[in-house]
Design a protein around this ligand. Sequence first.
Ligand code: AMP
Ligand code: MN
Ligand code: MN
Ligand code: MN
Length: 276
Amino acid sequence: MQVDLHTHTTASDGELAPEALLTLQAAAGTALVAITDHDTLAGWDALQATVMVARDRPRVLPGIEFSVTAQQREVHVVGLGFEPSHPQLREVVVLQQSRRRERAERIAERLEHLGVRGALEGAEQLAAGAGIGRPHFARFLVASGRVRTVDEAFHRYLGRGRPAAVRIEWPPLHEVIDRIHVAEGRAVLAHPHAYRLSHRRLHALAAEFRAAGGDALEVAMPGLAVDQLGSLARLARELRLRASAGSDFHRPDAWNLPSRIPPLPSGLDAIWDEWV
Ligand code: AMP
Ligand code: MN
Ligand code: MN
Ligand code: MN
């Protein structure tokens, strides 16, 4: 069964609206999709408000991608299949949004010191009602001619250790996993390879995730080399974590498309089995 359990829409830093994402997923043959926007359920909420033709549309599972702290760094946890109206889950979402708002204000102050005017308003306009993320600042820096590409904006201004990077205290891993569980969802450690950790450190992170009650590792993602896929699969088996699959889709003209998600390596329990 073809699934994509990690995607973004205009509700955070993706470029397609939720309905357009589902159309793209249907064309790619996805049967089950989770919209996992950064720290928000606005995409899910928007879908509930629309009357879509249910035919030829993938099933949608409630989802979210939380920013958390683990091993003294920022890590992402994808929550799946929870009760989307659960008050204890909604409470974290509201808190995360206020953390993001505060960070956005501080990023704009930094940029102001660097001679970039009007960044908060600019990013806000580009976010068009979504919570402001660094990509919105990056797009503003491109639009105002400061840099040529979003990537350059991260390299020169917004990335780790750059002059407009603002460190933020995301909640501890176990706290967020607990909330996902209280709402009857499952917690997935997102894109483990993206943290660029040594094998030993990645093992420590995955073990902390497991000890905090985490359910699955994201294993099948586009762009992984064969040995990376194999080593994530081994890690999941070793720690008795289940496995998830997702593209981390943000926009149609990128390389990480749903059609590029590789099949799950053998000997793993698919996290989505409980929803199909
Ligand atoms: P935020 O969650 O607001 O801190 O923004 C992080 C998001 O920015 C990630 O989810 C990516 O979508 C995007 N991102 C991170 N690094 C880069 C980069 N170097 N170039 C382009 N986009 C990036
Ligand atoms: Mn993103
Ligand atoms: Mn992420
Ligand atoms: Mn993501």
